[in-house]
Design a protein around this ligand. Structure first.
Ligand code: LLP
Length: 423
C-alpha cells in the first residue's frame, strides 16, 4: 500500500497533486511520501515485536538526510557500507550504537572513522579485514565490536547482480572457515566478538532461502557456543522484495513471523537491514515528456516517448532490465488509445530507457509521467553522466511538501575542477 493515487483525475502524493509540485520545482524530481515511509518502516519493524530486535535501515537504498532522520526518529538504526554513509547517518542523528558496518572492502580510513564514531559493530568479511580492524583499534586504544559475515552458500533466486550469499559471490566468509576466524578473533586484544551476520541478496520473493540461510547460521552459532563464544547479535541482512510488476513477495509480517518461529528460544538480539521494502514503493520519479516520435523502416514501427529523465537519474531499467510501472500524472480518460512504446531519456546510449515495448495510453509532449517504485536504489544510484545535474528530491506530508535536496546547478557539476594546463 502506498500513497500515490489518482484523485479527481490527477495523480497525488498523499493530498498533494503532483503537478502542483512540478510547477514549483521543475522536472525531473524524486518524490517521496512521508506516510508511506512511516507505514512501511512501522509494518516491517513491528512484525518483530515480541523479540529483541533492531531495524537498521540500509542507507544505500535511499540516503537522503531527511529520510534517514525520519527513520532515526522512529527508532531506526543504519546499515552502512562506506565512510560517506557513516557521515550521512551521523548527520541524520542516527544513534551510533545502532549503526552496523557491512561491505567487503572497508579502507583504513573508513575503519578508523567508524571506530571513532563508536558504531555498534563491524560485519567483517575476510581474515585480512579482521587483522586490519585489530591493528587500527589498537592504534586508537579502542575496542572494535565485530561480527563475521557468513556466506551460507544459499541461492536467493533473484537477479544475479544482487545475489550475495552464494559461495561464488565475493561476500562473507565460508561457513566452514568462519569458526577458525572466530577463534582467532577471540584472542585479539582490541576485538570483542558480539555477533554473526549474513545477507544473501536483495529483492527476494520467497521466504525459504532466508530460512535455509538462518538454519545454517543457527547451527554455526551452536558450534560457537560449544567453543565458549556467545553471540549477542544475529544480523539477518536485508532482502525482502517488493512488487514492481506482478511479483508476489512475502508480506513483511509473514516474513517476520517465519523468522521469529525459527529463532524461538535463542537468546540474542536480531538485527535487520531492510532497504527496498521500506522505501521502494514510497518514492516515484516525476518526468516531463519532451517529444514523441515514430521510427519506421525497421521490422516494425517503433514509437518513442522521450522524457527529461534518463539512465543517470534512474539506472535500474538499464542495469538490471528492471520493470518500473509508468503512470501518466493526468489520469487518462477512459477509452484513450493505447500504443506500445519505448520510454527513453536524452542520453546518447540505446541502453538509456525507462521502459521498453510498454503499452501506454497516448501521451503528448509537456505531459508528466510518474515512474513508480523508485524510492529504493533510485536517486542513491544516480550519477552526473552526460553532465546532467542530479535532480531534486521532494518529501510530501499531507498537503505540504519540502525540497529535501536541491536540484544541482551547472556550477555544482564543476565543483572541484579548475582550468589547469600542465606546463
Ligand atoms: N544489507 C546488505 C549487506 C546489503 O548488501 C543490502 C543490499 C541490504 C542490506 C539491503 O537489501 P534490501 O533490503 O534493499 O534488499 N541496486 C540494486 C540492489 C542492490 C542491493 C545491494 N545490497 C537494485 O536496484 O535492485
Amino acid at each position: 500500500m502506498n500513497h500515490f493515487t489518482y484523485k479527481n483525475g490527477v495523480l497525488c502524493c498523499e493530498d498533494k497533486p503532483v503537478q502542483d509540485i512540478a510547477k514549483e520545482v521543475g522536472t525531473p524530481f524524486y518524490l517521496y511520501s512521508t506516510a508511506t515511509l512511516q507505514r512501511h518502516f512501522d509494518a516491517f519493524d513491528s512484525g518483530f515485536d515480541g523479540m529483541k530486535h533492531q531495524t537498521c535501515f540500509a542507507v544505500k537504498a535511499c540516503s537522503n538526510l531527511s529520510i534517514l532522520h525520519l527513520f532515526a526518529q522512529m527508532g531506526g538504526g543504519a546499515d552502512i557500507v562506506s565512510g560517506g554513509e557513516l557521515f550521512r547517518a551521523m548527520k541524520a542523528e542516527i544513534d551510533p550504537q545502532k549503526i552496523i558496518y557491512s561491505g567487503a572492502g572497508k579502507t583504513r580510513t573508513e575503519i578508523r572513522e567508524a571506530l571513532e564514531a563508536g558504531i555498534l559493530m563491524f560485519n567483517v568479511e575476510s581474515p585480512q579485514e579482521l587483522d586490519r580492524i585489530q591493528e587500527i583499534a589498537a592504534e586508537l586504544k579502542l575496542t572494535a565490536r565485530i561480527a563475521f559475515r557468513i556466506n551460507p552458500d544459499v541461492d536467493p533466486k533473484t537477479h544475479a547482480y544482487i545475489s550475495t550469499g552464494l559461495a561464488k559471490n565475493k561476500f562473507g566468509i565460508p561457513v566452514d572457515e568462519a569458526l577458525e576466524e572466530y577463534l582467532r578473533a577471540k584472542e585479539m586484544e582490541n576485538i570483542e566478538i558480539v555477533g554473526v551476520s549474513c545477507h544473501i541478496g536483495s529483492q527476494l520473493t520467497q521466504i525459504d532461502p532466508f530460512i535455509e540461510a538462518l538454519r545454517k547460521v543457527k547451527n554455526f552459532v551452536a558450534k560457537l557456543e560449544q567453543k565458549g563464544i556467545h553471540i549477542q547479535y544475529l544480523d539477518l541482512g536485508g532482502g525482502v522484495g517488493i512488487t514492481y510488476d506482478d511479483e508476489q513477495p512475502p508480506h513483511p509480517v509473514d516474513y517476520a513471523a517465519a523468522i521469529k518461529e525459527e529463532l524461538a528460544g535463542m537468546d540474542c538480539t536480531l538485527i535487520l537491514e531492510p532497504g527496498r521494502v521500506i522505501t521502494g514503493n514510497a518514492g516515484v520519479l516525476i518526468t516531463e515528456i519532451q517529444y514523441t516520435k515514430m521510427n519506421t523502416g525497421g521490422e516494425k514501427e517503433k514509437r518513442f516517448v522521450i522524457v527529461d529523465a534518463a539512465m543517470n537519474d534512474l539506472s535500474r531499467p538499464s542495469l538490471y532490465s528492471a520493470y518500473h510501472e509508468i503512470l501518466p500524472v493526468q489520469e487518462p480518460a477512459e477509452g484513450t488509445e493505447q500504443h506500445e512504446v519505448d520510454v527513453v531519456g536524452p542520453i546518447c546510449e540505446t541502453g538509456d530507457f525507462m521502459a521498453r515495448d510498454r503499452m501506454m495510453p497516448e501521451v503528448q509532449p509537456g505531459e508528466l509521467l510518474a515512474v513508480m517504485s523508485c524510492g529504493a536504489y533510485g536517486f542513491s544510484m544516480s550519477s552526473n553522466y552526460n553532465s546532467r545535474p542530479k535532480v531534486a528530491e521532494v518529501l510530501v506530508s499531507g498537503d505540504q511538501f519540502r525540497v529535501i535536496r536541491q536540484r544541482e546547478s551547472y556550477e555544482d557539476l564543476l565543483r572541484g575542477e579548475e582550468l589547469t594546463a600542465l606546463p
